[in-house]
Every structure is written in structure tokens, then in C-alpha cells.
Design a protein around this ligand. Structure first.
Ligand SMILES: *[C@@H]1O[C@H](CO)[C@@H](O)[C@H](O)[C@H]1NC(C)=O
Ligand SMILES: *[C@@H]1O[C@H](CO)[C@@H](O)[C@H](O)[C@H]1NC(C)=O
Length: 447
């Protein structure tokens, strides 16, 4: 009761005294109160101003951002989406200054929607450091915005790498090169920057289709239908070489279909239903993991576990001691690809579903039937996912980009003249290989 009474009294006093204040005092009063305002009051002020500020006011009086204190304008601008903020920056010099405030753009850059992968962000930020050492977040954001639009609109430059005499079955790329494995039994190492036919290195040694690859600096590990795994040293300069092969691992009884590598070991999966762990230096098999009832098609490992997918429609999680910790059932056909991080496993299957599994419990958390929304008309050969998109490739000659969240198809890319068998992407490019004997690089960052 008392506070209501006091508030009434306060209002009455302010209204009466206000007449006796000069402009400077009134402004001072406003400046004192404004920072206490919340969104509803700011909204009220902005609508009231439209009625009061027409007659006899100084130039720019409608520029609400101009006369409000900086702390308030900065706060107001945080309510704008990137496109509106960009427009505001183009209004006049004062607004441009306000709307170019790096912290506003940093906020956008840190929203999940506008994040890049950790590696890409690191690279991008390094290239936007100003002379004073600060990061120019506005241009960082502009670049991400353009990149995202190019992805959503399928806007890209396509470069074609020709040289294999048979279809491509696997590939990987890093900062400087693309490596591709083919049914012509060779591996080619392409210079990603020049795409010069003279810079291509050809690795010969396998006696069957090169079925899987892992590139790690100068070390390349390959698996083949000839049942062997080979470790190559790419610092060898010869353009046609088998000398580059340092170690050959024999032990699998059928095609080596998938593998992953770190400094110590190779983990491989084979049509012989078995996974093997190898010492990368000696080439000795240190462990065999048995349990899948059909060919092993995909594998990934980290420090403490191995995850594999198989034609037996299951995913298995293994310890390095060789124990099968979990078997995940749910797919209705072969599990062709998978990826896992700290929290979940994403898997793709010939049943055209993507499934998301809880990595600790093995529970299926979500299923996306991504064929339902204008899916592929042929068998899906491969796919890769990141935080917001899935890229898949198919016998129908296309590459498709999907929203990870909704399962909606975002874009279809056409340029290969035969089925697409393998791909890898990062935030700015896709590299794909096809039965049409070519490798293509789809660059979304350049236009
Ligand atoms: C993607 O990979 C290409 C080739 O290595 C590289 O030039 C580019 O910087 C990478 N993009 C990002 C956003 O990391
Ligand atoms: C593939 O892309 C290149 C370069 O943009 C273009 O010249 C060519 O016609 C395309 N080929 C097909 C089959 O779409």
C-alpha cells in the first residue's frame, strides 16, 4: 500500500517539477533513467516518439539510434537478425558505425546455425585478424553467410580431375591434395590447388580394386579387394611409383572394405566379417574382432572404442581388448556408413534411413527417412554428416545435400555422368568420385 502511495506522489511531483527544468536538466534526467529500461519500456518509447517528434525538431531527430545512449543502442541492435543489421549498416554513417560493432557480428558467428567445424573456424579466424590483432567479425560473418547461401542454392564451381582408367571407389583430401583409389588398381595423388595433369602421382602395387583409403599427412593407408592393406609414404617424389609402399599387411581373407588410422595402428573391416587391429610400423595384426554375421562395411575408432557397421544390419561397439560392448539393431538393411562423436552415432543404411544413436546406451534417438523427401532414385553409395547437413551420393549420378534437423532435401548437384561412389566434404568444398572415372571438386566458396 505504502509503495503505491509513494509512487503516485512521485509521479505527481515529477510532472509538476518538469515544467521548471531546462532542456539540459530534462536530458540529464532521461539519461539517468534510460539505462534502467527493459524491452517493454524501450518499445513504448519508440512508439511514443513517432507521435511527438514531428514538429520543429532538429535534423536527424527521427534517428532514434542517434540520440539514445550507446549502451541502449547496442542493446537494441542485438534484437536484429543479420540481414536487418546489414541493412541498418547501410542507412547512414552513424548507423554504419553502430551496426559494424564487431561484438554484434561475433554473436551471430557463435550461434549454432553459423558455426563451422572446429578446424575450419580456426583457419577462417586466422585469415580475418586485423592489424591491431582483433578479429574482424563482420567480415567473418559475411563470408559464412555467403558460403551458407551458396550451399543452399547449389551455387558452386566444379573442377574435374581426369586420369584414372576405371571407376573411382574411394577418396580423401587434405589441404594440398586429393587421393583417389580406383578399379584400375592404382591410387592417384592430385594437387588440389593446381589440378595440373603433370603434378599427378600414381601409386601402383595393389592387384585389385583399391577399396578404401586413409590420408594422414604424408602417410597414406589403402585397402583393396586383393585382401591386403598397404602403407605408403607420399614424400616420395616419383610420379609413378611402387617404391612408395612401405608396409603390406596380409591377414584378411576377403576384400578390405574400410579402415582408419592413427600414429600407432590401423583398424580395418573386411568382407570376411572380421575387424583387425594392426601395428602400423611392423604391419603385424595385433587383434581380430569377430562377431558380425556378414561383411563389415564401415569403421571408426577413438581412444577407447571401435564402432563398426555391417551387412548384417547392425552396428557394433567394441573395446580395444576385442570385447563387443553393444550391438545396435534397428536398420532394415546393410549399414553402409557411420560417424560418431562424444554423444552420438550417426549411421546410414541401404534402407535409406539415417539413424541417430545415443553412444553410451545404444538407444536409437531419431530416424530420418530421407528418401521420402525427393530422395535418390538409385542405391546410395556413401554419405557424410556434420552439425547441420548430410551429403549423400548415389548410383543415380547425383549428390544431395540434406538438412540434418528436418531430413529435408536442400539441394541436388549434377555433373557426374555415372554413379557417384564416394565423397568427402568440409565447410567449403565437396570432393566426389564416380564410375565415370573422374574426381570432381565442388567449390562453394569461390562464387
Ligand atoms: C576445405 O578444404 C579445402 C581443401 O583442402 C581448403 O582449401 C579449404 O580451406 C577448406 N575449407 C574450410 C572452410 O576449411
Ligand atoms: C559440369 O560442370 C562443368 C563446369 O561447370 C560444365 O562445363 C559441364 O558442362 C558440366 N557437365 C555436366 C554433365 O553437367
Amino acid at each position: 500500500m505504502l509503495s503505491v502511495f509513494l509512487f503516485g506522489l512521485f509521479l505527481q511531483l515529477i510532472t509538476e517539477w518538469f515544467h521548471e527544468f531546462d532542456d539540459a536538466q530534462r536530458n540529464l534526467l532521461l539519461k539517468q533513467i534510460l539505462p534502467q529500461f527493459n524491452v517493454p519500456q524501450i518499445h513504448l518509447v519508440s512508439t511514443e516518439m513517432e507521435h511527438h517528434l514531428h514538429a520543429g525538431c532538429p535534423p536527424n531527430c527521427l534517428d532514434s539510434l542517434g540520440w539514445l545512449p550507446c549502451t541502449i543502442t547496442s542493446y537494441l541492435l542485438t534484437f536484429l537478425d543479420p540481414v536487418s543489421l546489414g541493412r541498418a549498416a547501410m542507412t547512414c554513417r552513424r548507423w554504419n558505425e553502430l551496426a559494424s560493432d564487431s561484438s554484434l557480428w561475433k554473436r551471430f558467428c557463435n550461434q549454432p546455425k553459423w558455426r563451422l567445424s572446429r578446424v575450419s573456424e580456426h583457419k577462417q579466424l586466422l585469415s580475418h585478424v586485423q592489424s591491431n590483432g582483433d578479429i574482424d567479425w563482420k567480415s567473418v560473418f559475411a563470408e559464412r553467410f555467403k558460403l551458407c547461401n551458396n550451399w543452399l542454392n547449389g551455387k558452386c564451381n566444379v573442377r574435374t580431375f581426369e586420369g584414372h582408367t576405371q571407376g573411382i571407389s574411394c577418396l580423401q583430401f587434405d589441404d594440398t591434395r586429393i587421393v583417389s583409389g580406383s578399379s584400375d588398381k592404382t591410387i592417384k595423388v592430385w594437387n588440389i590447388r593446381t589440378n595440373s595433369p603433370w603434378g599427378v602421382q600414381t601409386l601402383a602395387g595393389h592387384s585389385g580394386t583399391v577399396r578404401c583409403l586413409h590420408l594422414d599427412g604424408n602417410r597414406l593407408v589403402s585397402g583393396s579387394t586383393d585382401r591386403s592393406i598397404k602403407v605408403w609414404d607420399l614424400s616420395t617424389q616419383q610420379s609413378w611409383s611402387s617404391i612408395a609402399c612401405k608396409v603390406t599387411m596380409v591377414g584378411h581373407l576377403d576384400t578390405v572394405r574400410c579402415l582408419q588410422v592413427d600414429d600407432q595402428k590401423v583398424v580395418s573391416g573386411s568382407y570376411d566379417r572380421c575387424l583387425k587391429v594392426w601395428d602400423i610400423h611392423t604391419g603385424h595384426c595385433t587383434r581380430s574382432l569377430r562377431g558380425h554375421e556378414a561383411a563389415v562395411l564401415c569403421v571408426q575408432f577413438d581412444q577407447d572404442k571401435i564402432v563398426s557397421g555391417s551387412c548384417d544390419k547392425t552396428i557394433k561397439v567394441w573395446s580395444f581388448s576385442g570385447e563387443c560392448l553393444m550391438t545396435l539393431k534397428g536398420h532394415h538393411d546393410a549399414v553402409t556408413c557411420l560417424q560418431f562423436d562424444k554423444t552420438r552415432i550417426v549411421s546410414g543404411s541401404l534402407d535409406c534411413n539415417l539413424k541417430f544413436w545415443h553412444i553410451d546406451t545404444g538407444e536409437c534417438m531419431n530416424t530420418i527417412d530421407w528418401k521420402a523427401s525427393e530422395g535418390h532414385t538409385g542405391v546410395v553409395r556413401c554419405l557424410q554428416a556434420d552439425s547441420w547437413r548430410v551429403v549423400s551420393a548415389s548410383d543415380d549420378r547425383t549428390i544431395k545435400v540434406w538438412s540434418l534437423e528436418t531430413g529435408q532435401r536442400l539441394v541436388t548437384l549434377r555433373n557426374h555422368t555415372d554413379g557417384v561412389t564416394c565423397l568427402q566434404f568440409n565447410d567449403s568444398i565437396i570432393v566426389s568420385g564416380s564410375y565415370d572415372k573422374t574426381v570432381k571438386l565442388w567449390d562453394f566458396g569461390c562464387c
